[in-house]
Design a protein around this ligand. Structure first.
Ligand SMILES: C[S@@+](CC[C@H](N)C(=O)[O-])C[C@H]1O[C@@H](n2cnc3c(N)ncnc32)[C@H](O)[C@@H]1O
Length: 253
């Protein structure tokens, strides 16, 4: 299943990269995300890992904020786009191929781990969260953003029509096929996130893994999308952010 998912992401890497390049060129969107990451990570320079970096959009945002960033992904196509975007936007970021459920980094390697729109497509989320916990330093933070993608689209007639209209708009105004997640229906149905109630399921998993100071925030979409970007990409219900801190010592218990 994991290989099939990586291939699906590689197949759509070009279109997805265009989508994130457009977002990076919009001041509202760029600053919206930077404010969200600054609120979570503070302003001190950190060594940060971006898991499921895709075309490197979060890695770039973090680099703009002055952090020392490494991006990891298991899709070759996405990594190629990330390297090109890094050159295009003149930032220095290290990208590495790796599986979010079995990261190629030693324990306690990063001050923070960040991930956006990736956990929903990772087959074993608890395993991934255990890994993210392992590689972050004690006292360091894991922050991830995700959405209720298919559960919401499936349940809302309005959002399905909006999504059809968006695809047409992208085709007409950007002369390109809108990226679609491109998974076979069966793969999508087999994803844990197609059946989970999120972010409450995330909070449970974070607790199980051993994180402390766990929080969830909702209402992010309007902070990053406006105008035509909101019309074209706002049909998803909302984005949510989950964060937790790695316990420092047993006496924190
Ligand atoms: C929707 S894209 C998000 C990309 C980027 N973080 C963003 O915010 O636009 C999801 C990414 O997660 C990656 N991914 C999915 N499963 C993964 C896994 N097991 N290990 C590493 N990366 C994975 C995909 O290859 C893809 O690049």
């Amino acid at each position: 299943m994991k290989e099939e998912i990586a291939d699906a992401w590689t197949n759509q890497s070009f279109g997805y990269s265009k989508f994130v390049q457009k977002g990076l060129s919009k001041r509202y969107e760029r600053e919206g995300w930077q404010t969200i990451f600054s609120e979570e990570l503070g302003t001190k320079k950190l060594k940060v890992l971006d898991v499921g970096t895709g075309p490197g959009v979060v890695a770039l945002q973090l680099a703009y904020l002055g952090h020392d960033v490494t991006g990891v992904d298991n899709s070759d196509g996405m990594l190629k786009e990330a390297i090109e975007n890094c050159k295009r936007f003149k930032q220095s970021i290290e990208f590495q191929k790796g599986d979010a459920e079995s990261l190629p980094f030693p324990d306690n390697s990063f001050d923070a781990v960040v991930s956006k729109f990736a956990l929903w497509t990772i087959p074993h989320p608890e395993k991934a969260l255990h890994e993210w916990y392992r590689v972050v330093k004690p006292g360091g933070k894991v922050v991830y953003i995700d959405g209720n993608w298919y559960t919401d689209l499936k349940n809302s007639w309005f959002r399905r029509r909006w999504s059809d209209l968006s695809k047409l708009l992208i085709l007409i105004t950007e002369f390109r096929n809108p990226y679609s997640h491109g998974f076979e229906d069966e793969t999508r149905l087999n994803l844990w996130s197609s059946h989970a109630i999120r972010p409450s399921a995330d909070l449970e998993m974070m607790k199980e893994v051993g994180f402390i100071d766990i929080t969830a925030k909702e209402g992010l979409k309007r902070r990053v999308l406006s105008g035509t970007r909101l019309i074209k990409h706002g049909y998803w219900k909302d984005y949510f952010l989950v964060s937790g801190v790695k316990r420092k010592i047993d006496s924190d218990l």
